[in-house]
Every structure is written in structure tokens, then in C-alpha cells.
Design a binder for this molecule. Sequence first.
Ligand code: SF4
Length: 375
Amino acid sequence: MRALPLDFRESTGSQEPAWNDWRWQSRHAVTNLQALDKALTLTDAERIGASRAEAAGLPISITPYYLALCHPTDPACPIRRQCIPRAEEAIATKGDLRDPLGEEAHEVAPHLIQRYPDRVLLIATDRCGVYCRFCTRSRLVGDGGGARSMAALEPAFAWIEAHPEVHDVILSGGDPCLMSTERIARLLRRIRMIAHVDYVRLATRAPVTLPQRITAELCMAIRESHERTWVMTHFNHPKELTVEAQVACARLADAGLPVMNQTVLLRGVNDETETLEALFRGLVRSRVRPYYLLQMDPVGGSGHLRTRLCRGVELMAALQGRLSGIALPKFIVDTPGGLGKVPIGPNYVVSAKDGVTVLETFRGDYVEYYDPIEY
Ligand code: SF4
């Protein structure tokens, strides 16, 4: 069993005067093997992975802040496993896909994806603070396109305007928080002009990998540009809940922006009950609702990070009753091909017959539940 921090008051605490400036963090992101080699003691597998990533495929980017969370010598560090390329990325696993959620097939306008009738996903940029080695969009993040201009996104807005059944726009990427505050505000204001869009979801990993970005000014600009914005973030391990990350979450919550978290289940990162329990408790303490635990998408080159489906079910069974409902996410499989999410979990129904259902509680007790008589 891996050791867990007992509290999350750890800070990366650098003496660098510009450390708290998100643009400095972004500009000084580590992007190549040479810089990685200086910062960490790399294994051969990591060195091979990094030189391959530099040459082709999903590039490397790690903010100095997130790099400081990596164990300098231990390749099993849960932060290292998320951001340092490994030789295993070259291994093809059965079922691997370049675009696991079929987003290209569901593109209804440039940069706009629709997989459900009432919601769309807008890809506003290809940039992220950290390129996660398990990214579903590894085919396009870091492709060099940068932030999409308003003119490039206008056909997407026009499409949404012409489809009143769309009530929810997910502003994604890449990470939209890598864009300037002015650009984020402009995008949100443009979406607010579409009357049938009820709310926006801003999908960002900045609270995790670049918490300096979540300034009071940014929170205020989001709130003023579209007051019905929900922030969807992506913490995967309790070690990510540093002082800086907690301040970022508090700023969002204090600005009246609900914050939800999607955790991806990752082999060797968070596939233990104690790790997930500590993460979900820490999130609720930071006023972030753990929303989904996602089975990793079968994106090419990430098989070494993927768990078997039954592991997620076992973890959900172990957490049921141990965590309150607000701390317990749904376990979700986003079906390959983009056909939609399927919630899965342990089966608590032992039998159902003649109006009597036998349920199994989290303690393993069997309880009979009687249906009402038909009126
Ligand atoms: S922050 Fe999100 S979009 Fe960017 S690499 Fe990580 S998972 Fe992919």
C-alpha cells in the first residue's frame, strides 16, 4: 500500500520571486528530455519515453509547480506517472484508439463536438499547463494551433444558435484557462448571448497543474461574463491538493462558481481505496464535489496506465458506506466510439421476486424491501 500524506497543507513553496505568476509558470514549463534530466533522476524507460515524445506524438509540458510535486528519484510517484512519458507509450494495447470518444465523427462545426442532444463541447485551444500522459485528446493537444480566434469559432457559435435543443456548452481544449482572461471573458460573453444555453462548463486542469492561474481577477471575470458557469476540474491524487490548489478552489467557490471534479482511474496512481478516499475527502473539504470517477479511455499509448474495469467496481464497493454521498462520485465508462457514458458499479440487488427485493448493504447484510400493493 502506498503512503499517503496525512494532511494536505504541503506547499511547493519555491523562493523564485515569479513562482506565483502563472505566465512565468507557463513560460518555464519543462518541454524536453534535457530539462527533465536536470530536474529528476530519470529511469531508462522515462528517458526513452521522453525522447520519443519530443520527436513525435503527445508533447511534453510540465509546469515548474507540478514538476515540484514529482518525487525526484521514485518513478512510481503518482505525479510522475501522470506527466513523465515512458517507453510503454510505444506499446499498442488491444482496443486502443487514436480518438477514443469518436470526437472527429461527432464534429458538427469546426471545433464543436456534439455527442448528446442537449450539450456540445467547444475546443477553444490546444494548450495545457501539463500534457497528461493519459489524455483522451492526445491527438490534438499541443498541436501548435494555440487559442482559436473568435472568427474561427464563429461557425460553432452560429451552429449552437441554430440548435435550441442545446442547453449546455462545455468550454474545453486543451485547457481554456491557458488563454488570457480577456479571451476567456469574450468567449463566455459570446455564449451568454445565446438565450437557450442555460449554463457553461469550463473544463480546466489549472487548479491542479497551474493553480497560480486561478486569480481573484480571473474568477471575477468569469462570474461577470457568464454568471451560470460551472468549473469542471480534474484532481487525480491527494498529493495534488496542495495549499496552492486549495487556495485556487476556494477562490472559485468564493466567487460563486460551483466546482466539480472528474477523477480518471489510473493504474499505479490512484487505484487503491485509501488513495481515492483521501482524495475525495480532501476535495469535499476544498468545496469541490467529486462528480465522476472515470474509467480511463483506451487512448493509444496509455495501456500501462489503464486498470481493468472490475477494479473500478471493486473500489466503488469498498468506498460505499465509507464515504458520504457528497464525497462519492459515480463510476463511469465513456464508451469507445463516442456512444455515451455508462454508469457502472457493484450490484446491490440480490434478488427481486413477487414484490420483494432483497438488497445487500455495504456491511454485507441482506435486507428485504417490499413493493407497495398496486392501487
Ligand atoms: S489538461 Fe486535460 S486536455 Fe490537457 S493534457 Fe491533461 S487531460 Fe488532456
